[in-house]
Design a protein around this ligand. Structure first.
Ligand SMILES: Nc1ncnc2c1ncn2[C@@H]1O[C@H](COP(=O)(O)OP(=O)(O)OP(=O)(O)O)[C@@H](O)[C@H]1O
Length: 470
């Protein structure tokens, strides 16, 4: 029997196959069908399907699946990374075929990664997701992993800020939601070796309530596809932004979005229902907040993208970062800010239902319609997208929400959309002074002023951006 393209499996293959489907699974290799049989004494045996003494029905089913996969690969090149996203009903264990067929999978190479698993994410199914759905796929592709489960909120940040990165050169894999990814990012960026840490690869296995980041940037929303994307070993560069509470000098980093007004309020309220409602907490909190909608007043200053001063672009990363994080809030209006003329800034004061500062187009993984909040945003375009929803009142908010579901919200006359480099947001009066960053709430005191800007270096996500093929 020819074993071309098939027995290039790492040493761990018997365990991997065992983990995938108990003791028996089957697969295809290129245009031929093979049958894998696992037994504790002989480990892995591989034979063409035609030659195996299988029941006729099973043989036919294998051949049907093989045909389906071959056709799909012909029709959609590079489809493999989202195979189980786009082809519902394709069993989990068929993903192994895809791994074997990836020319860029690092066959045989050992890749060392730290896995940080949040057992509290989403429906609290992270353990099942990791151990039953993805661990075997990752092992098969050569990952050697150390798994640590978080024991408390903030644990992932502590881990990523103290871990010896040289011990895990192939990255940190987060199993959970956007919150745990955000913690890992903030842990990495609090390290002394910031320049190295910002480029340290972060992998995501979605098991949280929403997982907007991996869905929007990599087009993946199920754990098996995410594992395959990690196995392929590519990277996607992504802009990183910093949200600074100016008076306190506290900075928090993000990859998805920061938001103020109604959504920040909903985020705060939703935490009260986390244990009872899991991912549905956002819907309930949203409804409750809608019914008791306050007025939100803000002063907003933003620097449009096209007016970005060029003087800072040639300076080294460490110098620029220091400048960005240590201006101690001593910026005064009508003066120079970080070498840029204040006159370039645009000011908007008044009532706003919401203010969103997006790093990518922010597609929620939940919901039927998958609307996007910032359709022109890209995760690596070196700018942020600002959406200002002017005004107040339930009717206006309801119309915005409906239009958003249909992706028409940018057509509303009270919605302003602009690409920016930096924005400052000051809540006025009794307006909620907190701000949400990637699903985490930053609480500020009354009168807190927030400054949101991009860092001068990009981070790296493990996995290939599907848009990179175009
Ligand atoms: N062991 C733990 N016990 C309690 N909270 C934890 C624990 N580990 C992490 N957390 C906290 O849980 C929060 C949410 O985690 P995560 O983002 O993984 O899930 P999620 O909120 O369900 O998903 P999403 O952020 O996508 O909505 C994080 O902010 C983190 O601080």
């Amino acid at each position: 029997m020819s074993s071309r393209g098939l027995v290039r499996l790492p040493v761990s293959c018997s365990a991997a196959v065992d983990g995938v489907n108990g003791c028996l699974t089957y697969s295809t290799c290129r245009s031929r069908n093979y049958y894998y049989q696992y037994s504790h004494t002989t480990n892995l045996q591989i034979s063409p399907v035609d030659q195996m003494p299988l029941p006729r029905k099973l043989k036919k089913s294998i051949q049907r699946n093989a045909y389906f996969l071959t056709q799909k690969r012909k029709l959609v090149p590079h489809c493999s990374s989202d195979l189980s996203t786009s082809c519902r009903g394709v069993p989990n264990y068929l993903s192994i075929n895809v791994l074997q067929d990836q020319s860029n999978t690092k066959q045989g190479a050992i890749r060392k990664a730290l896995v940080i698993l949040n057992p509290n994410s989403g429906f609290r199914s992270s353990r099942d997701v990791f151990y039953q759905k993805v661990q075997s796929t990752l092992k098969l592709s050569g990952f050697k992993m150390e798994v640590i489960e978080t024991a408390y909120a903030g644990h992932a940040k502590v881990l990523s800020s103290t871990v010896d990165l040289k011990k895990f050169p192939d990255g940190i894999i987060c199993v959970g939601g956007d919150g745990i990814v955000n913690e890992v990012l903030n842990g990495l960026l609090s390290r002394d070796d910031f320049d190295v840490a910002i480029r340290f690869p972060i992998g995501i296995i979605p098991a949280g309530s929403d997982n907007s980041l991996v869905w929007t940037v990599l087009g993946i929303r199920d754990p098996v596809s995410a594992a395959i994307a990690l196995a392929k070993g590519d990277f996607t560069p992504i802009d990183v932004f910093a949200v600074k509470w100016i008076q306190a000098g506290v900075t928090h980093f993000g990859l998805t979005a920061s938001y103020y007004g109604f959504v920040a309020d909903v985020l705060q309220l939703s935490e009260k229902f986390r244990v009872q409602l899991g991912p549905f907490r956002y819907v309930v909190a949203g409804l409750l907040k809608f019914l008791s909608l306050p007025q939100y007043r803000f002063e907003v200053d933003y620097l449009p993208s096209s007016l970005q001063g060029r003087s800072s672009e040639s300076r080294p990363l460490a110098e620029k970062r220091h400048e960005q994080l240590s201006d101690d809030g001593k910026v005064r209006r009508g003066t120079q800010t970080n070498g840029r003329i204040k006159d370039d800034w645009v000011t908007r004061n008044g009532e706003f239902l919401g203010i969103f500062v997006c790093n990518h187009f922010c597609k929620p993984a939940q919901g039927l319609l998958s609307p996007v909040i910032a359709p022109k945003a890209r995760h690596d375009d070196g700018s942020l997208d600002l959406i200002l929803v002017h005004g107040s009142g339930r009717l206006r908010l309801f119309c915005f929400f409906v239009a958003y579901q249909l992706c028409w919200h940018l057509l509303l006359p009270y919605v302003e959309y602009v690409k920016i480099k930096e924005v400052k947001v000051r809540p006025v009066g009794s307006t909620h002074s907190g701000c949400g960053v990637d699903g985490e709430l930053l609480d500020g005191e009354r009168g807190a002023e927030w400054q949101c800007s991009l860092l001068p270096a990009q981070g790296r996500l493990l996995g290939q951006d599907p848009g990179a093929f175009n």
